[in-house]
Design a protein around this ligand. Structure first.
Ligand code: SF4
Length: 340
């Protein structure tokens, strides 16, 4: 059986685990291509205008898998921790896809809701595995070994400071980037301070940060301009937890961890500036990124800039704001070093 996995939404969080699980059960995994204008436009054509940008891109990725696989894996991840819930797009992802992409191949799904307990999760894993084998212990073994793969993936990011695309490249050699758009080809700005490289953290959901089309290759642009980039995945769970504790006390939405936790940490440690990337139309981000912005006004916090992305965002506008922000961060850093 050929299983299609859209290269969008939770792909950068769980791809190694999903791939390993299906392959252990004898299936072949096919991934949709990197996001392009055509993929995004086809997704946009199927959903209402105020759907968030990543969900639009996701529908385009599902459409690009039509005819290339026997079924598409679309999990419904409701909650990963008791009383912390996911955004409604994730809750209804399989149903939403069925409704807007009727030509989608059969959907393989799993309901992940930790509020129902671990037993129910195993029942769901068994139900998913039954599409491939009736042998329960084989499914259980595949799930355990897939979890180990996930831990290995997380270790690469935390211990070696790799971004998800770099970790995927290390593990599978599959993330080679397509030749990009203008921003990546810009000439490097002269480095204001040759001795001290500026450090900037980019916070947001992985499906925004690492999707080159959606983010306009913002991370590449910073790296090419001699900035050391830090991302949420490079932080250990304790740093994220204490960042959340400082900003909001507890997280309300499952995948806001990386936004608030990393924001809380980076505003006070390791970096000279923080850039928050949010998608237009995202309810949780609009609240949580604002918490980060408010915290950045406290004395001693790193400089902060928020960028909202949508399908009409022009790359030139992003580059202009990046240039101004990087310039300001470098001046501030130089001043601090001179005073010290
Ligand atoms: S968290 Fe925001 S960006 Fe992500 S799927 Fe939900 S609405 Fe969209």
């Amino acid at each position: 059986m050929k299983i299609g996995i859209p290269r969008a939404l939770l792909y950068y969080q769980y791809y190694p685990m999903w791939k390993h699980f299906f392959e252990e059960l004898g299936a072949e995994v096919v991934v949709s291509p990197h996001t392009t204008r055509v993929i995004l436009s086809s997704g946009i054509s199927r959903v209402v205008a105020d759907t968030c940008l990543p969900a639009k891109a996701y529908m385009g990725h599902v459409m690009s898998l039509v005819g290339k696989c026997d079924c598409v894996f679309i999990p419904a991840i409701r909650s990963l921790k008791a009383k912390v819930f996911n955004c409604s797009k994730f809750l209804g992802l399989p149903d939403m896809t069925r409704a807007v992409v009727p030509e989608c191949p059969p959907i393989l799904s799993i309901d992940v809701d930790m509020n129902k307990g671990e037993k129910e999760l195993w029942r769901e894993i068994d139900r998913l595995g039954r599409h491939f084998t009736r042998n329960h212990s084989k499914v259980r073994q595949a799930a355990m070994s897939a979890w180990q793969k996930h831990l290995e993936y997380c270790r690469l990011m935390v211990e070696e400071g790799l971004t998800p695309p770099q970790a995927l490249e290390r593990m599978f050699g599959l993330e080679a980037e397509p030749e990009g758009k203008g921003a990546s080809k810009e000439k490097a700005l002269p480095t204001a301070d040759a001795s001290g490289q500026a450090h900037i953290a980019v916070i947001g959901h992985p499906y925004i940060l690492y999707d080159h089309h959606v983010s306009h290759r913002l991370i590449n642009w910073l790296q090419q301009h001699n900035i050391r980039v830090h991302t949420p995945e490079m932080l250990a769970a304790e740093a994220i937890d204490s960042g959340i504790g400082r900003l909001v006390g507890q997280s309300y939405w499952t995948y806001e961890y990386e936004v608030v936790g990393a924001g809380g940490h980076y505003l006070e440690h390791d970096v000279d500036g923080v850039i928050g990337l949010v998608a237009f139309g995202c309810g949780p981000d609009s609240l949580m990124m604002d918490m980060v912005r408010r915290h950045s006004a406290l004395p001693g916090a790193a400089a902060f800039m928020n960028l909202t992305l949508e399908e009409h965002t022009a790359e030139a506008g992003i580059v202009t704001r990046l240039e101004a922000f990087v310039d300001m961060v470098r001046r501030k850093k130089r001043r601090k070093e001179t005073c010290a």
